[in-house]
Design a binder for this molecule. Structure first.
Ligand SMILES: Cc1ncc(COP(=O)(O)O)c(C=O)c1O
Length: 411
């Protein structure tokens, strides 16, 4: 293939592959050729929950498949914005689980939040627009902005983690905003940091956004995994400039289904819908039909609520255990206490300043896969995801022991 046969964007993507996806290829290789590795691989890299989806989803899936009418209907194209029944289910779900009142016109369904976030970017950004991302922040946003806007937008970073403390500074945010700024993206609980914005923090952000006329996208992929009290913003009505990005990948443990929805201003939703007509035609219909049978039925939702409660406790226990073990057994790591989500984020720069090298050494020498902080904007830091082994305490223990060995040798 000649150099001029692919786009500048594709060349950027090839030069900047996602490190999580790269680690995934090691996992795939390990599954194919375990004999090549001295020890079983312990995968603490990606945010893929190990525990199965709520059993009620399987019941609903069987109902859809076994009935001729629903089987055929759910195999057809659907509406671009999402099936009306599914949207009615989402309205009920938001109210039943999170206590939030939402309106039909402010909902759009997407094929996973990655796809839907990209649709919002295409709808909001022009060449030359600026986007503010937090630092640290989810590693896929910058790649998405670059690929969706053909490298024509500027990314600015708002540092919310200072001296090992989550402490967003709103004057700094004000200073970053220019007349080209169109949106700010944040994540609560955070990936990779596990921190949860308080009500005061989100109010301060919204006040600035409304004054400056920018959108605030709030990614709540991990909202079902908040270890202590929920801030009120999960249940209050949407503020004018907010875009709530809600994926079912984590809370329902169905990342392969590619199901998400967003809540936003009605006119913005209409614009995104029109963009989506050209991009996806419609989101996965079968998944919507299955989920509708759960989201519209409060008896079924009650079992989902219980499943969330149990899940939250399970994840919290593992998060706290992991942070404590690292703190007690490996000196000089700067550990950020997780408040929610799947991750423990820590500063390992006293051992190795190059986080990619640290991850590569740990993988090569000890067969433990972690994610380098540099990909989340924080060089010297490391992200440990306990989600893939949340139901295997012995594997986690073994992984932590191998890390202890690695770090003590490194010292
Ligand atoms: C913060 C955050 N947002 C979005 C996603 C992707 O979600 P989806 O499966 O809905 O594309 C992830 C995946 O790990 C994530 O961590």
């Amino acid at each position: 293939m000649g150099k001029g046969m692919i786009s500048e964007t594709a060349r950027y993507a090839l030069e900047n592959p996602s490190s999580i996806r790269e680690i995934m290829s090691v996992v795939t290789d390990f599954k194919k050729h375990p004999e090549k590795y001295p020890r079983p691989l312990i995968y603490l890299g990606g945010g893929w929950p190990q525990d199965p989806p709520p059993p009620i989803l399987r019941t609903a899936a069987k109902e859809i498949i076994e009935d001729d009418h629903t089987w055929i209907e759910s195999s057809r194209y659907g509406t671009t914005r999402g099936q009306p029944d599914f949207i009615a289910g989402i309205i009920n779900y938001e109210n039943f689980i999170f206590g939030r009142k939402i309106y039909e016109e402010e909902v759009i369904v997407g094929s996973g939040s990655t796809e839907l976030t990209a649709a919002f970017m295409l709808t909001i950004l022009d060449p030359g627009s600026e986007v503010i991302l937090t630092c640290p922040g989810y590693l896929n946003y910058p790649r998405q902005i670059q690929t969706e806007t053909l490298l024509r937008c500027k990314i600015k970073r708002w540092t919310v983690l200072k001296n090992h403390t989550f402490n967003p500074d709103f004057d700094e945010l004000q200073d970053l905003i220019s007349d080209k700024t169109r949106m700010l993206i944040l994540c609560t609980p955070g990936n990779p940091d596990g921190q949860v914005y308080t009500d005061d923090m989100l109010n301060a952000i919204n006040d600035i956004a409304e004054e400056k006329n920018i959108w605030v996208m709030i990614d709540v992929a991990y909202r079902a995994f908040i270890y202590e009290d929920y801030p009120k913003y999960f249940s209050r009505e949407r503020r004018e400039n907010e875009i709530w990005m809600c994926t079912l990948s984590k809370e329902f443990r169905v990342p392969g289904w590619r199901m998400a929805y967003a809540l936003a201003n009605e006119e913005l939703i209409k614009a995104v819908e029109t963009v989506e007509q050209a991009r996806i035609l419609c989101p996965n219909r079968m998944a919507q039909e299955i989920l509708t049978r759960v989201l519209q039925d409060n008896t079924r939702l009650k079992t989902v609520k219980e499943y969330y409660e149990t899940g939250k406790e399970k994840y919290k226990k593992v998060a706290q255990y992991t942070a404590e073990e690292l703190r007690n057994n490996i000196p000089d790591l700067g550990i950020l206490e997780p408040k929610g989500g799947f991750y423990v984020f820590f500063d390992a720069s006293k051992y190795e300043k190059d986080s990619k090298r640290l991850c590569s050494d740990l993988l090569g020498e000890y067969q433990v896969a972690l994610a380098p902080g540099v990909d989340f904007g924080m060089e010297g830091w490391i992200r440990l995801s306990f989600a893939p082994i949340v139901e295997e305490p012995e594997t986690l223990k073994e992984g932590l022991n191998r890390m202890k060995e690695y770090f003590s040798k490194k010292k």
